[in-house]
Write a protein that binds this ligand. Sequence first.
Ligand code: ADP
Ligand code: MG
Length: 238
Amino acid sequence: MAQVAISKVAKAFGTVKVLHEVSVDIADGQFVVLVGPSGCGKSTLLRMVAGLETVSGGTIAIGDRVVNHLPPAKRDIAMVFQNYALYPHKTVEQNMAFALKLRKTDPAEVAERVKRAADILDLNPYLKRYPRQLSGGQRQRVAMGRAIVRNPQVFLFDEPLSNLDAKLRVQMRTEIKELHQRLKTTTIYVTHDQIEAMTMADKIVVMRDGRIEQVGAPLELFDRPANLFVAGFIGSPS
Ligand code: ADP
Ligand code: MG
């Protein structure tokens, strides 16, 4: 596990600045939620931590390494997306094993890690099934399984639940939190859903238009919002 330090990180696409010197410190084992309206820069920031976007200014450190110039595969992170495209022609087991095989992990080690992930996520009955034979929640669990088998220092989630129906969303929220309590992996979780942020986060980062409006524990933001934007955003139903 590792701490993540985002220091004065800026991003421009061409001449358009989408992030303005954003700083966030994430402690080892912490579950931090980036929340804010669509277009405020959450995914861009997360993708920079993942190494999927270049950094226009500032530094990102994971553990004690500045990772600005490291490719994604060397960052020791695992990301779960909203469109967690599973490989349709691979079974659940093969979907989870694939990233490890690509990395030439020893087969015994692959089997061991897949088994552990399947145990944690209750996927054992489904290992030989194909994605089309699974429910939405089960598919989401497989996507998390693919992240878990890599034993990453940091989990990155980008709106992982937004394609699920409301009931399943609530259930998966609980499952992701339980997973975090069990593994204690440092997590950055992006959502535009304030209920998700309030119920899941150790610490919430509220963003607007490429800037941070406030950082705090859920109750802190609720009790003492820094401004009307935060008050309105945190207080409004999703
Ligand atoms: P969020 O995830 O909070 O909805 P994004 O990080 O996706 O926001 O986007 C932030 C801003 O950056 C938006 O205005 C978006 O249009 C812009 N943007 C994102 N990716 C690109 C890109 N590859 N090229 C140009 N503009 C982009
Ligand atoms: Mg986004």
